[in-house]
Design a protein around this ligand. Sequence first.
Ligand code: C2E
Ligand code: CA
Ligand code: CA
Length: 734
Amino acid sequence: MTETTIDLDIANVDMNNGFSASCDPRRSRQPASAETDRQRKAEVNWKQLLQTAIESSAHGLCVFDDRSRLVIGNEQHRSLYSLASSEISPGRPVEDVLTVRHARVVGANARGQLADYLAAIRRGEEFQTTYELQDGSFVELDMHPMSDGGFVERHRNVTELRLAEVRAEKARQELIEKQYAIDQAVIVAITDVRGTITYANDRFCEISGYTREELVGNNHRLLKSGVHSPDIFRQMYRRLARGGVWRGELCNRAKNGDLYWVDTVITPQLGPEGKPVAYMAIRVDITARKKAEAQLSHAARHDALTGLLNRAALLDGLSEWLSQAQSKQQTLIVYLLDLDGFKHVNDTLGHAAGDGLLKQLSGRLISVVPATALIARLGGDEFAIVQISAEDAREETQALSVDLLQTIAIPFSLESQEASVGVSIGISIAPLHGLTAPELLYKADLALYRVKSEGRSGFHVFEDEMRSRAQSRNRLVNELRASVGRGEFELHYQPICGAGSLRPRSAEALVRWRHPTRGLLYPDEFIGVAEETGLMEALGRWTLERACADAVAWPGEIKVAVNLSPSQFRGGFLFDSVFGVLMKTGLPAHRLELEVTESMLLQDEEENLRLFRQLKSIGVSFALDDFGIGYASLGSVVAFPFDKLKVDRSFTSELPSKRASRAVVASIMTLARGLNVQVTAEGVETMEQLQYLRSQGVDFVQGYLLGRPVPSGALDLAGVPLHSALSDAGCFEG
Ligand code: C2E
Ligand code: CA
Ligand code: CA
């Protein structure tokens, strides 16, 4: 503060610009001599020097005399307040100076500042204040009274300083707010290098359930949850010891035993030697998020109905096991389970009962399967089990499969009803059959397919030959797809004759596939595949139309019998398509007979009955095909107004020698008479069979004995009798 040391006696100096003689007490003591002249010159020099000094000061300076009149004010002073030199010329009373100067001062306290200052001047006291000016600058004023009654003002531009202070204050306030917010939101703990807690904020106490007294001084291990492996802590301490920051998600245990999850950042505080002396842990409570994540991941990996793993989780688990199995030289067994008859339960007892069965079944699976195994519901009524083989894989597959078959065979009690299902099990073994999850599941599926095609409810381990079968089936599917549009199908017709007259009464349309390389294929080779792949609908529509179109050319009393497939019954379009075909081909409805099997009618019986009645109302007749095999229920025979029952050829072929077959035929006849329904016996190959069937009163006969299926053009419908041997044997009645 060099300026303040020079200003104290300035007012004692007589300055040539308006200095008042009376204000200098030393003046009267000056002797009027050459010495005085010299002194005066020196004084003038000194005054000029001082004036120069005042003007060259970095700050604004003003000097007032003992009557408070301005003696001198420098340029810096004027420029700080943006004053013209005329506004504050020397000799002006301080009140004038302050008035013009204060016209530039803003701020709430401007008036007070002025009053205080005038009071200080009157009392001859030191004064200091900071003015805020209109132009945004800040000027600090220091007033020092002088011994003779005058005073000196120093004006300093403190704008930068002030702004920096304001900024610093703002930053400090923000920091305080943030710190408060952080303290509210995060858990803060400081520990020493041994893990002893030295600081715990409120949140830490709150979430852990411990008081600050319980925490501080205790080791942080107090909160250990046991959820993490020691590895994670070893890693953490290694990193921290090197001065690094550690971040991770940790699970801690609160005082009441509850677990809570925290996202944690631990920062070491380094001592002078660069070694950690303390650790600061900042943690955010992520328990809610962890819970939501856990629920989500559980839902994403489990089947909602049964709580078993889902397909994705099984594939993951199997893949993981496979990757370890190689190094551990383990054998894995994959079981694929498909329920038999589940659809029937769903259709007859409803979906709620079906769901109940699946739940009970998963409970049974859990009880039978080793605890370490993976159990999944892959969808619908399909399940999978993966087991690590302990010793002999083949023996184990046998044992577990038998257990599974037995436990699933026990009837399920569902809301006052009982229901039974069977199960087909396909099995593959790793590494024998594959090293990847998809490959093993595929092979288990092929083995399962084999079980199904062999009549269900059993188990099979994959064999290589199944693959080649599946491949040729795949080829067939592809060819079939192409052939439907290519006109490779044809219909052959087999006569159905009156049992007495042996004259053809109708002819059954039987589809053939003229395969480009394999020759003529019979329905057994492709109908099932067409049904499974959704191609049967198109093929069925074609058959119906072709058969009706062919029959139009036949003698008027001959009917055509067309087999329907299950898919034609589904969707509710049967009436429309039959009606459309009759219209299109011009075949009278009473000349069309539709052959259906009992199993087709069981799904959605009401809707089927409606279709049935509609078709019958226009004159179409119905025959129940393959009667006597498969479903033992007589319900549909009674419920549906059939015109005919067709005794399955498996019974005909055993006539008349097999007693059981004779009994079946006899009871069918009794039933038919009771229901007033006609009976056709199919597969009649021998005279003996024919004679026996006639003796039983069968109405119609069909079989190689009477005629093989032939193209429409080769069909002899007028022939009487159809077989010369028959006429020779006198087997027809005119
Ligand atoms: P299905 O309805 O029981 O037809 C009778 C089957 O028995 C025919 O076999 C016929 O050739 C055969 N057959 C007739 N008489 C005798 C006989 O005296 N002895 C023996 N051993 N067999 C005889 P195909 O043509 O192979 O048909 C097999 C099955 O394919 C049919 O059984 C039927 O269920 C189905 N099918 C045939 N054509 C069609 C069709 O156009 N649509 C649908 N949905 N299914 C068809
Ligand atoms: Ca038939
Ligand atoms: Ca049949």
